[in-house]
Design a protein around this ligand. Structure first.
Ligand SMILES: [Zn+2]
Length: 455
């Protein structure tokens, strides 16, 4: 019976692409630049109107920053699962404007793609879920499962209130799974499901020498050089084979499960091609480690910036008075930023007492949903039907997103299913989204609701 209803819904989606595109254009025309506080409140109201129109009960969850928009429909009953959709309605600043071929907030179609700021990241993607809900409601009069939908307005400035809103309104967000479509798929020709993200800790090491830069002849061999202090400190943190040697650093690194291991081994990544795109012909040591292990099974210790002394034209013979190095660490399950900060600061205090370690922010938790989670198969089937190809499982993505708010704070499985393609140019001028993927995305979300209902 569900199949018949789904067929009707899919037919309505196929016929309604133009109308759904109109709605998307209205949403994209409304600027919502969180970093500049431009139009965000108005966009929240607009998203709320679209949720209302789709048949959800709506409310705004105020924060000390921009509001979150919540939509709810729970009439499928307690024996049916509840899905929580997450998306963000804020966008990146459009600058530099002179590099755009059309107005950033006037969506323009060229060669089957919509060009506009925020269309791919994230408006067309979360709007696809909303349109799927709307078609279900209009054609069938109800949804096959319970639905909650949260759209936040601060993702592009680091989601500073997401965790507290979830902790505070847990009852409004209770669900069996969380489903997010954001970002592009990897450039391998398949849809993909990501099951987690790496976390991050960002620190700075600081060293101080003389109270001003001094003559490296008059003072050379006398004044301690803060740049060397940092080099010496860094040398205690990583060996020549690339192993991180911070005391206790790997204590909580968990091994991939057999299913995650199998998924990693099956990834159709062309390592040589990916390297050549950034002008590389090899990877950082150890040489024989596969790409997937580097991203999904190993934390990193990265020097993001090193500042000291003179770097201008010609030469200047000084011993600098200070030196700083910025370091980001990408964390894998089950490391946490607090635990790693404790270890790094203790390590520095012990091995480089003349260096000060400073934590620059709260960091981000890694997240992980098991590849073998029973709901994963439902998501795979929906994505396969919607996009016409079996998705690849990506156990962990290299970048960091606030996904742990779902897996840890809310304690639910979270599936990241990017609906975008690699050409979408997120955060850059001429951001775009393929109309075909908009259509496939709506179909996928509609199918997902049906598949969940029959699970
Ligand atoms: Zn973004």
């Amino acid at each position: 019976m569900t199949t018949t209803r789904l067929d009707d819904v899919l037919a309505s989606i196929d016929e309604g692409v133009a109308t759904d595109l109109d709605g998307l254009f209205t949403l994209v025309r409304q600027p919502s630049i969180s970093a500049q506080n431009v139009g965000v409140g108005d966009c929240a109201e607009l998203v709320r109107d679209f949720m209302d129109d789709a048949g959800l009960e709506t409310r705004l969850l105020e924060t000390s920053g921009h509001p979150m928009v919540l939509g709810t429909w729970l009439e499928a009953g307690e024996d049916k699962p509840t899905i929580l959709f997450y998306g963000h309605y804020d966008v990146q600043p459009p600058e530099p404007l002179d590099l755009w071929d059309s107005e950033p907030f006037e969506p323009t179609i060229r060669d089957g793609r919509i060009y506009a700021r925020g269309v791919a990241d994230n408006k067309a993607q979360f709007f696809s879920h909303l349109m799927a809900i709307r078609h279900w409601m209009r054609i069938v009069g109800e949804l096959p499962v319970n639905v909650r939908f949260i759209a936040e307005g601060e993702e592009e400035v680091g989601s500073p209130h997401l965790d507290e809103v979830i902790a505070e309104h847990r009852d409004l967000l209770e669900a069996d799974l969380v489903y997010t479509s954001d970002g592009p798929v990897q450039d391998v020709g398949y849809p993909q499901i990501s099951f987690g993200v790496r976390g991050m800790l960002y620190i700075e090491l600081r060293a101080t020498g003389p109270n001003r830069d001094v003559h490296s002849g008059h003072w050379g061999g006398v004044a301690p050089n803060p740049a060397w202090m940092l080099v010496d400190a860094l040398r205690t943190m990583r060996d020549h084979e690339g192993n991180i040697t911070i005391d206790g650093f790997h204590e909580n690194v968990s091994e991939p499960t057999p299913a995650a291991r199998a998924a990693m081994d099956a990834l159709p990544f062309d390592t040589a091609k990916m390297l050549s795109e950034v002008g590389l012909d090899g990877m950082t040591p150890p040489a024989d480690l596969p790409w997937a292990d580097r991203i999904m099974a190993r934390p990193t210790l990265n020097i993001a910036g090193f500042t000291s002394g003179y770097g201008g034209p010609g030469s200047k013979t000084i011993i600098p008075s200070k030196a700083t190095v910025k370091i980001d660490m990408r964390l894998v399950p089950d490391q946490t930023p607090n635990e790693i900060w404790d270890k790094v600061s203790a390590h520095v205090a012990k091995h480089a007492p003349n260096v000060e370690a400073v934590r620059l922010d709260g960091g981000m938790m890694p997240s992980y949903t098991p590849v073998e989670h029973p709901m994963a198969e439902i998501v795979r089937n929906a994505v396969e039907r919607g996009f016409g190809a079996r998705p690849i499982d990506v156990p962990l993505v290299g970048g960091s997103l606030p996904d742990a708010v779902w897996t840890r704070t809310l304690g639910k499985p979270s599936f990241l299913v990017p609906y975008g393609d690699p050409q979408q140019a997120n955060h850059a001028p001429n951001e775009s989204y393929a109309i075909e993927r908009f259509h496939q995305g709506i179909r996928t979300s509609a199918i997902l609701l049906a598949e969940l209902a029959s699970s």
